[in-house]
Design a protein around this ligand. Structure first.
Ligand code: FES
Length: 126
């Protein structure tokens, strides 16, 4: 059912944990299954220098989160915002159609973390 890539990221997920001094945090829930995802980002000079996640999600949610953290690290905020759940699924060599909604969790959490960072940055410069 799952590609080798998905199994690799599921059994050995990258960037699991929290970033204590993160400057952006996103938490989202999946309306379809009720699973929860939280993502922390550290942004320096508009670049995501560190990113970590924790989830109460399924295996596909873990694999997509792991993959999106690898894709987002080192990218500018604008580049990271462009990452879609479709691209994450492609990087994982595909997800079963019934599991595509799980990849939304990872993409939405990243978007929420970036939005949180921007909100904080706007607050401190005002
Ligand atoms: Fe909930 Fe996959 S079933 S994230």
């Amino acid at each position: 059912m799952y590609s080798d890539r998905v199994m690799d990221h599921f059994t050995n997920p990258r960037n699991v944990g929290e970033i204590p001094d993160a400057n952006g945090v996103g938490e989202v829930g999946n309306a379809r299954c009720g699973d929860i995802m939280k993502m922390w980002i550290k942004v320096e000079n508009n670049v995501i220098t560190d990113i970590k996640f924790k989830t109460f999600g399924c295996g596909a949610a873990i694999a997509t989160s792991s993959m999106i953290t690898e894709m987002a690290k080192g990218k500018t905020l604008e580049e990271a915002e462009q990452i879609t759940n479709q691209q994450v699924a492609e990087a994982l060599e595909g997800l079963p159609p019934v599991k595509m909604h799980c990849s939304n969790l990872a993409a939405d959490a990243l978007t929420a973390a970036i939005a949180d960072y921007k909100k904080r940055a706007a607050g401190t410069s005002a």
